[in-house]
Design a protein around this ligand. Structure first.
Ligand SMILES: Nc1ncnc2c1ncn2[C@@H]1O[C@H](COP(=O)(O)OP(=O)(O)OP(=O)(O)O)[C@@H](O)[C@H]1O
Ligand SMILES: [Mg+2]
Length: 274
């Protein structure tokens, strides 16, 4: 396994040897990675590989059964969910978690409820979010439920941004969206990183994730099967780590997992891996 450390300053989020599960069932073992300010770490892997469970453990929704979570250099592994939000962690869960019967602006304002903002601060925060997602300003008075899937995804992200996070975790933001819309949502996510946010991006669409990510971590059966800088990794190597034995079954040349050692045939394996 290659470490994803890099010379980009102190991490906003650092996960070390994380383990988690549900009751007695352990589903994630020994997962380590970092998210740096202004950078995107993509967490990819097949269905059931433990991506969502890892995000839940970082957010505090699932208990850590091992390892640690540091937010902005401080241990957050035993902090409650709200405390982690307060300390700069935002989490957009899989699926669109917007209030369909509230307006776009009401949804955004709810996103700021963990921070006690004055009216002026709230207005500034709204303005900042509208600058990032002009479509939300255009539709500010519309019911969230009347918007398209892509717009609702942007609203969910905008709502998370209202809490002024330093780290944003996104679970499959491309889920259920048409390819053209995925490209737009991904471009927005890239812009958020460019503006300085650290982003942990869970994606099944490997190519979409690799287009914007700086670091990549692959989970397989709850363990890291590959990790490295995207710029230093061969896409096939990452796809192989994601697809595992499936790659052998369809005839791609198998290889070991060391960075830079792979000479596999260029073949488009993007899209959902199931
Ligand atoms: N609430 C739960 N109770 C028990 N087991 C669960 C629960 N949620 C997930 N699991 C199990 O934990 C493992 C990891 O699931 P998880 O949802 O984290 O994977 P994932 O990588 O996010 O998958 P997907 O790509 O389908 O979203 C799977 O074996 C899954 O069945
Ligand atoms: Mg999941």
């Amino acid at each position: 396994m290659t470490s994803s450390t890099s010379a980009v300053g102190a991490p906003s989020l650092e996960v070390r040897t994380l383990a988690t599960g549900y009751g007695d069932l352990q589903v994630v073992w020994d997962v380590s990675f970092a998210v740096h300010p202004g950078q995107i770490t993509a967490l990819v892997g097949r269905n059931g590989s433990g991506k969502t469970s890892t995000l839940r453990a970082i957010s505090g929704l699932n208990k850590l059964t091992g390892g640690s979570v540091h937010l902005l250099g401080e241990d957050a592994g035993t902090a409650g969910v709200a405390e982690r939000v307060h300390r700069g962690l935002a989490y957009v869960q899989e699926g669109k978690r917007v209030f369909r019967r509230l307006t776009v602006e009401q949804n955004l304002i709810l996103g700021a409820h963990t921070r006690r903002l004055s009216r002026t601060e709230l207005r500034d925060q709204l303005t900042g979010t509208y600058d990032l997602f002009p479509i939300l300003q255009e539709k500010s008075g519309a019911l969230a439920g009347s918007m398209s899937g892509g717009q609702q995804q942007m609203l969910a992200i905008g709502q998370a941004l209202m809490a002024k996070p330093q780290v944003l975790m996104l679970d499959e933001p491309s889920g259920g969206l048409a390819p053209a819309i995925v490209a737009e949502v991904m471009a927005r996510i890239g812009a958020l990183a460019d503006a300085g946010l650290g982003i942990l991006l869970v994606e099944q669409s490997i190519d979409a994730a690799l287009n914007i990510a700086h670091d990549v971590v692959v989970l397989d059966n709850g363990r890291v099967s590959f990790a490295g800088r995207v710029s230093e990794s061969h896409p096939d190597q990452i796809r192989e780590a994601v697809l595992g034995e499936y790659v052998g079954a369809i005839g791609l040349q198998r290889s070991n997992k060391a960075v830079g050692s792979v000479e596999t045939k260029e073949q488009d394996m993007g899209g959902r891996s199931h």
